[in-house]
Every structure is written in C-alpha cells, then in structure tokens.
Design a binder for this molecule. Sequence first.
Ligand code: SF4
Length: 128
Amino acid sequence: MTTTVTRQIVRIDEDLCTGCGLCVSPCAEGAIVMVDGKAKVIREELCDGAGFCLGVCPTGALTLETREAVPFDHQAAEPIIAEKRKTYIPQVCFKCGADEDHASLLPVRQRGRSEWVCTRCLPALIHG
Ligand code: SF4
C-alpha cells in the first residue's frame, strides 16, 4: 500500500495549457514533462510543491493545490536534479541581465509576459 500525505502539489489545467513548455525548465526535480503537447506531472513524488513553475506560465494553467498525494521523494529527485544541472541554461534578469549564478531571481508577470527579475532590480519594480 502506498502511503499518502496531505500536502501542496502542482495542478495543471489542461484546458489552459498551450504546451509552450516554459514550466519544464524551472522544475529542477523534473516533475513536469510534456506529453502530447501538454504539461503533466507524471510522477507526483518528484513534485515538491515549491511552485517555481507557477510564475512562468503565461496562461495561468499552473496552481498549487492541497490534497492527498505521495510524499516528495528527495532520493528519487536527486539524480534528476544532477542530470538537469549538466544541460541547464541559467535564467537571466530581464532588467539587468544578471544570471541566477550571480543573483537570486524571482518570477514576475507583466504585460502578459512571464519574466525573471533579480532581487537587486526588484525594488525598482515595486517602487517605480
Ligand atoms: S508554462 Fe503553462 S502553458 Fe506552458 S506548458 Fe507549462 S502549464 Fe502549459
């Protein structure tokens, strides 16, 4: 019998998903994959529910829900994280171009676009 716990996990609205694939890269654990042109969480134990994918979705197809699911499995995710690191292209701040190796980035939505902004540029966005 598989043990489940009540926790947060990513929910994908297939009707809103356009299959752009933008959410795959921010998911370090490889929980989100594209299947037949739609994003899917195919192994729930790889989704830690952190929600880093949410901010990049241009259509709002991604949300977090709280429900019964198998627990997040660190051991299963670790080799996938290591493999993704080999080919990962760092995201960059849309304002200053700093990449995530040199700054902490946060997802933002503006004018219908999903972008990344670094913490140094974020105050200017907040305060104008
Ligand atoms: S970012 Fe949104 S629209 Fe694009 S593939 Fe992921 S869920 Fe679908």
